[in-house]
Design a protein around this ligand. Structure first.
Ligand SMILES: NC(=O)c1ccc[n+]([C@@H]2O[C@H](COP(=O)([O-])OP(=O)(O)OC[C@H]3O[C@@H](n4cnc5c(N)ncnc54)[C@H](OP(=O)(O)O)[C@@H]3O)[C@@H](O)[C@H]2O)c1
Length: 306
């Protein structure tokens, strides 16, 4: 099966940000390899995208990426189809909500590390090698705003996302003399099924997510990937929070994120002004810190030698 179109492989394409990315790649004329556990849903998506766009190939691979051999099996299946993957999107991911010491399930947390970290590393190893050999290719890794700040009540999830960002930035440097680029996408809380699946429904972060459209996050990621950028924080507020994270102490950041990860108390709910005022104070702090950081960067560019 040879293709004249470029091919994008997207993990986590059955819902949320990955699904939105699949639609954007289809609109831009990419052949697709769609990976997730829910093969029925992927087949529905594949049929829709084939009907709407003139795509040479839309291939579905139903796979549980928490299985240790899954990444190698995905790679082998792609080889079997005779497809060259020009773009790899490592989107599949999950979280688990609760206090690490007393509430969360260890097996689920180990599966999260397997999915968010191990399978991402394994897929990157297999496909990046081919990209470097052909001196062409792009990778988009789903990090998160919590890649740059601790994530109480989702401690393991947050740590996996810090890994993804660090890994991406290191590989980017290793590949800088090639035509291969690697980009990290850092969304803030986004309106997908993520919080429900993680058991974090009703938290302030979940409430905040309602106003963040996964289609917009996906478009930001696609644009940054196409431009070969190192990373993109999606959304103005998240950008200022990420900038602020460079300045504020981790103890403070942990407390801010902890507040967001808590469910509002009945008092908070009855006095609806409390939550917005807490949130807006934190956000104002973040914006001020972001502005200081931006000003410092501009100033240091002008005054410091390279
Ligand atoms: N939503 C947010 O607030 C947010 C913020 C920052 C970063 N992110 C990141 O964005 C990425 C996408 O999340 P989302 O928000 O779009 O959530 P989502 O709607 O729950 O999508 C998660 C995707 O991952 C796939 N997946 C989950 N477990 C899998 C497994 N074991 N094997 C293979 N695929 C699996 C799911 O498909 P199946 O269930 O069919 O397997 C689904 O397609 C994740 O990496 C997440 O960490 C999300």
């Amino acid at each position: 099966m040879k293709t004249t179109q470029q091919t994008a492989l997207i993990t986590g394409a059955s819902s949320g940000i990955g699904y939105e990315l699949a639609k954007i790649f289809a609109k831009n004329g990419y052949s697709l390899v769609l990976v997730a556990r829910n093969a029925d849903r992927l087949n529905e998506i594949a049929t829709d995208l084939r009907n709407q766009h003139d795509l040479e190939h839309v291939v579905v691979i139903g796979k549980d990426l928490t299985e240790p051999n899954a990444a190698q099996e995905v790679y082998n299946e792609v080889q079997g189809f005779g497809l060259d993957v020009n773009i790899l999107v490592n989107d599949a991911g999950m979280g688990e909500y609760g206090a690490f010491a007393t509430e969360t399930d260890l097996d689920k947390e180990l599966a999260i590390i397997q999915l968010n970290v191990v399978s991402l590393v394994h897929l990157t190893k297999l496909f990046l090698k081919d990209m470097v050999l052909s001196n062409e290719g792009k990778i988009l890794n789903l990090a998160s705003i919590v890649s740059v700040m601790p994530n109480p009540y989702m401690a393991v999830y947050g740590a996996t996302k810090a890994f993804v960002l660090s890994f991406t930035e290191a590989l980017r440097n290793e590949c800088k003399d090639t035509n291969v680029t690697i980009t990290a996408l850092l969304p803030g809380a986004t309106n997908t099924d993520f919080f429900n699946k993680a058991g974090a429904e009703g938290t302030r972060a979940h409430q905040q997510a309602q106003s963040a459209d996964p289609a917009k996050v996906a478009q930001d990621g696609f644009n940054a990937l196409m431009k070969g950028k190192d990373k993109i924080v999606s959304g103005l507020m998240n950008k200022s929070q990420a900038a602020a994270s460079n300045l504020l102490p981790d103890t403070f950041l942990s407390q801010v994120v902890r507040k967001l990860m808590e469910r509002p108390s009945e008092d908070d709910k009855s006095d609806s002004s409390k939550v917005p005022s807490t949130a807006s104070t934190l956000v104002s702090l973040a914006v001020i810190a972001g502005a200081i950081f931006w000003g410092y960067k501009k100033y240091s560019k002008r005054t410091l030698p390279n």
